[in-house]
Structure formats: structure tokens, C-alpha cells
Write a protein that binds this ligand. Structure first.
Ligand code: OAD
Ligand code: ZN
Length: 289
């Protein structure tokens, strides 16, 4: 479809699986996922670390984890650069990500093409009721790296990066764009997500009824999300969807490298990765001088 020009408005939906090869753990993989490795924080349940009510009472676990995961310390993966290749060719309608690592921005995807559905570290606000004062990213970063709990200078409440916690609404931008985007989509690629968190997961069902959907993931997921919108890889619900829904069961970097090769983009993908390394090296050099 991409080669023939039939897919010109591609939406990518991504999750933590596209960043695991960068060294960032995902959430739910048994053994390696973040939720299986939070013992030191003594949480009542793993998701508490990203739950707003718990955070108001016990903010430290989140800030300690935020230091470990803070953007800027990781290199984008083949998946991120593949998305940038789609963007460069004008084929990317939008990249919807649940990730807060900013690796799509690092790979060069322009912010206008990205929807950070669960927010990001780019902005921070006071969570005191009636306050909501904004704080600069650098200020927050310094606090997190110095192990100081960031507090509002006006009301004394906690300052939290604009990451969507359980118990909070998704960013306005998400709701502003989904309707038109998914109506215009002609190919949906879903990568590296367990599709367990709503409302993100249900977006799989928001594309037109005959729009092809491709899942690239280590495990088979998304067959029961939404009313009728889940993947139907085996055509159990309708014989047509056998042709509509496709599954690549495996590593998403491998799949993206394979697709790049089949599309004749392998050299360009390698160049993007090399250019990133050079750029980072130069920045590091400039920082040291
Ligand atoms: P999950 O950890 O739930 O799912 C990651 C998926 O990616 C799993 O199905 C893995 O099998 C798969 N995976 C991991 N590495 C992979 C690789 N290299 N290649 C292919 N597949 C791989 O992460 P998300 O679906 O992103 O929200 O989680 C969704 C939301 O839950 C997160 O945004 C976060 C979390 O709680 C909030 O904190 C609000
Ligand atoms: Zn305040």
C-alpha cells in the first residue's frame, strides 16, 4: 500500500514497546516491566506511582522514578526513526504515543505531527486546587535531579510534570485531533503497546471500517478493545477483516527495519541514526567546552 501510494494518511499508535530497546522498561512485561520492579518504593499497588490521589500523599516515589526515566538520556530506536521516515515522505498523518520519553521528538518528528496522549515532561504545573501555576521545564528538571520535591512558590503545593496520571484527563490536544485524524486515516500501524489503557486503546476502532490495521508487537493484543473495534486477525467476526487486520508477532525494531528494507528506505534509516549520533556527540562536546 505504501509503495503504490494507496496509503498517504498513516496513523501510528505507539506504546512503551517501541522504547524498550533504548533501555527504557515497558510497564507490563512480566519480569522486566516497570510494574514488576517497583518493590523498593513500597507501593500499595504498582500503578499507584502514576495515580494522582496517591501522588498527592506520597510524591517521592514518582520523582525518584522520574529521575531514572528523565528524557534526554536515551537514544531513539529503529521504530522512532521509521516514524520519522514516514513523516519526511509526507505519509504520516499523526503519531499517537502513550510514551513520555520524548524519543519521537528526539528522532526528529516535528511536534505538530505528534500527539503525546499521556502528556510529557515539557511542561509542569502546580496541582494545588485553584492555583495551577506553570513552571519551566529546566526548573523542574533541576529539582528532580537534585532530589528536591518541586513545590509551588505561590501556594506550596506539589508541582508535577504534565504527564497524565491515572485519575486525570488526557491532554486537550488528544480530544481535539482524534475525530478528524481517524476519519482521514488510510492505514493504521500499532506498535509496542498492550492496549490495556483507555481511552487510547479504543482508538484502534476509530478508523473507517475497511481501513487496514497492522499490529507489530511481541504479544497478540487488542482483540477485545472497544465495542466492535478490536483487531480480528483470524476473521472470526467477519471474513473481510482477515484481509484488513494484520499481525507481526515479534520485535518492533526488527519489523521496522524489515519494512524499511522492503520500501527501499534502509539506507536512509541508517543515515538518520548515524546523524543522530553525530549531533549528540557535537552537543556533548559543546556542553563540555
Ligand atoms: P505496556 O507495558 O502495557 O505494553 C508494552 C507492550 O509492548 C507489551 O505488549 C509488550 O509485549 C510489547 N513489547 C515490549 N517490548 C517490545 C519490543 N521490543 N518489540 C515489540 N513489542 C514489545 O505499555 P503501554 O501499552 O505503553 O500510562 O502502556 C500504556 C500505559 O500504561 C502507559 O502509557 C502508562 C502505563 O500505565 C500511564 O502511566 C498513564
Ligand atoms: Zn500553586
Amino acid at each position: 500500500m505504501i509503495r503504490s501510494g494507496a496509503a498517504k494518511n498513516i496513523i501510528v499508535m505507539a506504546g512503551a514497546g517501541i522504547s524498550t530497546s533504548a533501555g527504557i522498561p515497558d510497564f507490563r512485561s512480566p519480569g522486566t516491566g516497570l510494574y514488576a520492579n517497583l518493590q523498593k518504593y513500597r507501593l500499595p499497588y504498582p500503578e499507584a506511582i502514576f495515580t494522582i490521589d496517591y501522588f498527592r500523599k506520597q510524591p517521592r516515589p514518582f520523582y525518584v522514578l522520574a529521575k531514572e526515566l528523565y528524557p534526554g538520556q536515551f537514544v531513539p530506536t529503529a521504530c522512532h526513526f521509521f516514524v520519522q521516515l514516514l513523516a519526511q515522505r509526507g505519509l504520516l498523518l499523526r503519531h499517537y504515543t502513550q510514551n513520555i520519553d520524548c524519543l519521537e521528538r528526539e528522532a526528529g518528528v516535528e511536534p505538530g505531527l505528534i500527539v503525546e496522549a499521556h502528556g510529557s515532561f515539557h511542561e509542569a504545573h502546580c496541582i494545588g486546587s485553584g492555583c495551577g501555576k506553570g513552571f519551566p521545564q529546566d526548573w523542574l528538571r533541576e529539582h528532580i535531579f537534585d532530589d528536591r520535591t518541586p513545590r509551588c512558590d505561590e501556594c506550596g503545593s506539589l508541582v508535577k510534570p504534565d504527564i497524565t496520571f491515572f485519575g486525570e484527563g488526557l491532554p486537550v490536544r488528544f480530544f481535539e485531533l482524534i475525530e478528524d485524524d481517524f476519519a482521514a486515516c488510510d492505514l493504521l500501524i500499532v506498535m509496542g503497546t498492550s492496549l490495556q489503557v483507555q481511552p487510547f486503546a479504543s482508538l484502534v476502532g476509530n478508523v473507517g471500517g475497511s481501513v487496514p490495521r497492522l499490529l507489530i508487537n511481541r504479544e497478540r493484543v487488542g482483540e477485545t478493545v472497544g465495542h466492535s473495534g478490536g483487531f480480528d486477525f483470524d476473521g472470526k467476526r467477519s471474513a473481510d477483516s482477515v484481509h484488513r487486520d494484520a499481525l507481526v508477532l515479534g520485535d518492533c525494531d526488527d519489523a521496522c527495519l524489515l519494512f524499511a528494507e522492503k520500501l527501499g528506505w534502509a539506507g536512509e534509516l541508517a543515515s538518520l541514526r548515524a546523524a543522530f549520533t553525530v549531533r549528540k556527540g557535537l552537543e556533548a562536546g559543546a556542553g563540555a567546552s
